[in-house]
Design a protein around this ligand. Structure first.
Ligand SMILES: [Zn+2]
Length: 188
């Protein structure tokens, strides 16, 4: 059985939102927190046209997105899988995530888990929280982490087959490889 809902795309969105909204170090530089309007603008570019329009029309989107990012980061970096599960369950309840099939006459149908608590951010948040639950179930509880590269604490979600991801981005992967090469050369 192939699960149709777009876990891969949603997982990338979760990491994007957390890294846009929370201050962190990336590549040795401190990346500040985006102001609320900047956060809405930057995150909206990652969404499909309908979700983008809804987000821009929601006057409370900025602070609500920042709050959601804090909740997601807390879940991703919890010390224990049972604590991650508790955070994920709390988000599913808070945002009223419900499964439904969008009524698109032209199909194909894709199961969605939008939130039902009212605002555009609630709609998004329900889907993102459910995505974390699906990853916990389908991939295992050890798929979330903080980048291992020097001076980077961006988050990542690992959907590789062999659970091998350790870095937030291609840039940090190559930075870490270069650093390891230099260390080896100095120690030979
Ligand atoms: Zn990184």
């Amino acid at each position: 059985m192939k699960i149709a809902c777009n876990v891969t795309g949603q997982a990338a969105l979760i990491a994007e939102l957390v890294n846009l909204a929370t201050p962190h170090r990336q590549g040795g530089a401190v990346v500040g927190r985006l102001a609320h309007e900047e956060l809405v603008g930057a995150f909206a570019t990652k969404l499909d046209a309908n979700a983008r329009t809804a987000l821009h029309a929601d006057p409370s989107a900025g602070p609500r997105l920042a709050e959601l990012a804090t909740e997601l980061r807390r879940a991703l970096l919890a010390a224990d899988p049972s604590i991650t599960a508790r955070h994920v369950n709390a988000m599913i309840r808070k945002y009223g995530a419900q499964p439904y099939l969008p009524e698109d006459a032209n199909g194909p149908f894709h199961l969605s888990f939008h939130g039902t608590a009212g605002s555009a951010v609630d709609t998004l948040a329900g889907g993102l929280a459910t995505t974390l639950a699906l990853i916990m179930d389908g991939y295992g509880p050890d798929r979330f982490g903080e980048c291992r590269a020097h001076h980077c604490d961006a988050v990542y979600i690992d959907l590789t087959r062999n659970n091998s991801r350790r870095y937030c981005s291609m840039a940090c992967t190559s930075r870490a490889k270069t650093a390891a090469y230099r260390t080896r050369r100095h120690t030979i």
